[in-house]
Design a protein around this ligand. Structure first.
Ligand code: GLY
Ligand code: MN
Ligand code: MN
Length: 457
């Protein structure tokens, strides 16, 4: 539990005392400031159907879906808060002010539930000192929250004071109950039309971020930690257009690209190297893109870089072609890997394309569901995800890669230290799949032309 509910104000040891006279002065003569306009969230039209699907799975059971709690970074400083994805999906609420809030589905007879949202109301002005003294929740410290009536209008859900939640009996909790956790992941596998639009928006902003990065390359080259410069440029776009990045940006130059999740990003840029940029903007509604492009930092691929790139691209094309409703989730991965294994055998790196030895160079699977989380629906059980079949409305990444480690003695010297991943975001449609991230070039020629246009070479 957030201890400020029981212990009062979250102040710091170095805060100056407040005199009685000052407290009295602060307690009055504030104008009423209701939230203006129509504050109903557009997604509030969709959340009742989402809650109804959840309700039908747990008749007669009390369901507790917390937004999650703030986490201390140090002393009185917290990490920036992002609500749990299930909470966001069921309420439509996505802001930093949701910390500590809880959605409860109360059984309403043998079938159905009544949703109740337990929220911390707006800091009162005429009683208590929270609004000017509480560093975690005070309106003058962190900004205005809706009051209960406003939160009801925003969500269409009956709202109650957060303090009342702590007096209720326990129920299945989405953060700890494995069955509820799995069902919540599985219910989110198929996206509705609004969610697909949010994902397209995330992709569109991500495309802008990639363009920003290419335009910033001359500055990034000049910095001893050019990777970090690139991370910052992408992060600027992500923060300006949306909530931020959907995951830590991977800006991996040269052999750093052989580390799948290289987020240290502390290396320099060398014009003779490739840059693997894996980054995604998360919208204010918390949907994220997840895109990777591997770019020649000089603007032109060398012949060996192009050789590796073209094999990964062919693998990705094969994977994309395998996407359609009814195909097994594993099919597109296997299609990608077949192309890679045959390519490695053609190069003489492997004696045969059969078996799984190619995995020394591919390391991870070729894609995953995408949505509110970058690795979306991760708690879905194997029958619904890993061993399941694709359905229209699912969104996923196809992201084969070749990671040719710099110290790999099985490889010809010229291939060592090259890492290439190409990652796109796709919507499964009735007949196949729609590429959401097609605005970014994928073929080597198109990548070179695009870079040339942006940098002006
Ligand atoms: N960005 C992490 C991934 O591609 O899965
Ligand atoms: Mn991915
Ligand atoms: Mn990625």
């Amino acid at each position: 539990m957030d201890d400020s509910i029981t212990t009062g104000i979250r102040a710091a040891s170095h805060d100056l005392p407040v005199s009685a006279e000052l407290a009295a002065f602060l307690s009055g003569r504030w104008a009423a400031t209701p939230l203006p306009g129509d504050i109903r969230l557009p997604v509030a039209e969709l959340t009742p159907a989402r809650r109804a699907r959840l309700s039908a799975r747990f008749p007669g059971e009390r369901l507790v879906i917390p937004a999650g709690e703030l986490k201390v970074r140090s002393n009185d400083c917290d990490y920036r808060f992002r609500p749990h994805s299930a909470y966001a999906w069921l309420t439509g609420l996505t802001g930093e002010d949701q910390a500590g809030h809880v959605l409860v589905l109360e059984p309403d007879g043998p079938h159905g539930h009544e949703p109740v949202l337990y929220v911390r109301p707006r800091s009162p002005r005429d009683g208590g000192d929270e609004f000017y003294r509480d560093r975690r929740h005070g309106e003058f410290w962190v900004g205005r929250r809706p009051d209960l009536a406003e939160a009801e209008r925003m969500t269409g859900i009956r709202c109650a004071h957060l303090a009342a939640h702590h007096k209720l009996p326990p129920g299945r909790d989405a953060l700890t109950d494995p069955e509820l956790t799995s069902v919540l992941s599985e219910l989110r596998l198929v996206k509705d039309v609004w969610e697909v639009a949010q994902l397209q928006l995330a992709v569109d902003h991500t495309v802008s971020g990639f363009e920003d990065v290419v335009q910033a390359l001359p500055r990034a080259f000049a910095h001893p930690r050019g990777e970090r410069w690139i991370e910052g440029v992408f992060g600027l776009r992500a923060r300006a257009e949306g909530n931020g990045t959907g995951y830590e940006t991977i800006a991996a130059s040269g052999a750093h690209a052989c580390v799948l999740h290289w987020i240290r990003n502390d290396g320099p840029l060398d014009p003779g190297h490739l840059l693997l940029l894996d980054a995604g903007v998360e919208t204010d509604t918390l949907y994220t893109a997840d895109i990777t492009r591997t770019l020649p930092l000089s603007g032109r691929f060398s012949s060996v870089q192009r050789q590796v790139y073209e094999l990964v691209l062919a693998a990705q094309e094969a994977g994309i072609a395998a996407l359609k409703p009814g195909a097994r989730f594993r099919d597109f991965h296997q299609a990608c890997m077949r192309v890679i294994a045959e390519g490695l055998a053609d190069w003489g790196v492997l004696k045969s394309a059969d078996g799984d030895l190619h995995r020394r160079y591919t390391l991870c699977s070729s894609g995953h569901m995408l949505g509110l989380d970058v690795h979306d629906c991760a708690k879905a059980r194997a029958a619904a995800y890993l061993d399941g079949v694709l359905e229209e409305g699912q969104v996923l990444t196809v992201e084969p890669g070749l990671y040719l480690q710099p110290d790999d003695e099985t490889l010809p010297v010229e291939l060592r230290g090259i890492g290439v991943r190409i990652e796109d975001d796709l919507l499964v449609t009735a007949s196949g799949a729609r590429l959401l991230s097609g605005a970014l070039p994928r073929t080597p020629d198109a990548v070179e032309a695009w870079m040339g246009e942006l940098i002006g070479n």
